[in-house]
Design a protein around this ligand. Sequence first.
Ligand SMILES: *[C@@H]1O[C@H](CO)[C@@H](O)[C@H](O)[C@H]1NC(C)=O
Ligand SMILES: *[C@@H]1O[C@H](CO)[C@@H](O)[C@H](O)[C@H]1NC(C)=O
Ligand SMILES: *[C@@H]1O[C@H](CO)[C@@H](O)[C@H](O)[C@H]1NC(C)=O
Length: 378
Amino acid sequence: MIVHIVIGFLWFGIVCYASTPGDRPRFGPLPRCAECVLRESIIAPGVGFDVTPSYGTAAVRFHNGSIVNVSADAEHLSLMKRLSLESSRPDPQYPDNLWDELRYLARLKKRQLRKRLGLPATPQVEILSRIISKLHQATEMRLRQTISAAAIALPLLPGLTQEDITDAMEYAGLSSLHLYNYFGYFTETSATFAGMGYGLCADPGDVDSCEIENAGMERRYILAAGLSREWLSVVHTVRTDANTGWELRSVMDFELGFAAREGYADQEKYWREVQAKMLLVAERAVQPFDTVLLLGEEASNETFLRVLRDTFWVPQDQESTIMGNRDPDVPLYVAARGAAEFAKRAQVSPWGCKEPASCMKNRLQHGEGVELFEAQEL
Ligand SMILES: *[C@@H]1O[C@H](CO)[C@@H](O)[C@H](O)[C@H]1NC(C)=O
Ligand SMILES: *[C@@H]1O[C@H](CO)[C@@H](O)[C@H](O)[C@H]1NC(C)=O
Ligand SMILES: *[C@@H]1O[C@H](CO)[C@@H](O)[C@H](O)[C@H]1NC(C)=O
């Protein structure tokens, strides 16, 4: 049985730990950037990818948008199955003795050497980069322009490392976009949250006002429930702003995907097992969920929604506020859309510093950058 459970996994931005709502989580002011954000970067479309075990979707955050999806090949699916196992965690993960240090360095050197030879850093980087390449090409075709950077969202799996993701993006000819204060890849739940428009500050170009706004955001207790033909995923997470959260418990199950129900003589039995997985994740929740996020191309199935509703006592009249994205097609694209939003935000606010106020003033004088953050439905 391929199941992975993370208990008490902490997930938050490097400098962005909000202990109580209202406190701005910063020890010192953010340094000033040496230069203004380039105009190309300001007007570039924000491209976001969501890579799941069985398919990938891409969304573009622009004045107007476009969406594409591609399906993953069998090798990608089996790679993700493997990476969902606890045993796939890289070893050694945190070298703390000389021997581990040497093994770690050897691994690093091998990666660097392969990259210098034009090879993917590891075989799994090659597999991962295939779906990214497909998304890259499909998006370029739709936009009719070349794309050199994108933000990527992926499920949080024990064997999936930042290193592999960055290298896979690079091998696909893309650099990874990161928010100014956070260097990791985006988890699917944070991207889905952002894709729903939750936890996003109004003016991402102004880091200070954003941090103050983020700190005042209410904490949401979230169940992210995903159903695709190949997998069932259930994640319990608590979030304030879109990129600050704790992934408390999660299951990625490849035996309870929607297609697996065909193997059950009694369909209700399949749904009872789905429900049992949800309860496994929910049983330690300290607060009732106030938000349900749906992802995966089968997540709008009415029976799946019924199971969710029955399991968590969602009153029917509150269903639209609690399960905001149950319309068909939304769960398939919502995480890519969130990643695209992150991408656009990353493009206007550079890594690790704050743009001097004069930059925006200059742009406004030249009539540029004003329209940048008009809300836009894809
Ligand atoms: C986006 O806007 C351009 C013009 O600015 C227009 O030509 C194009 O059709 C629009 N695309 C969509 C999908 O609305
Ligand atoms: C992608 O979208 C097409 C329709 O545009 C759909 O037929 C296909 O099933 C989707 N792929 C996946 C993996 O959901
Ligand atoms: C939802 O799932 C059930 C299986 O329990 C299936 O019979 C039904 O056709 C599905 N609905 C859609 C719209 O796919």
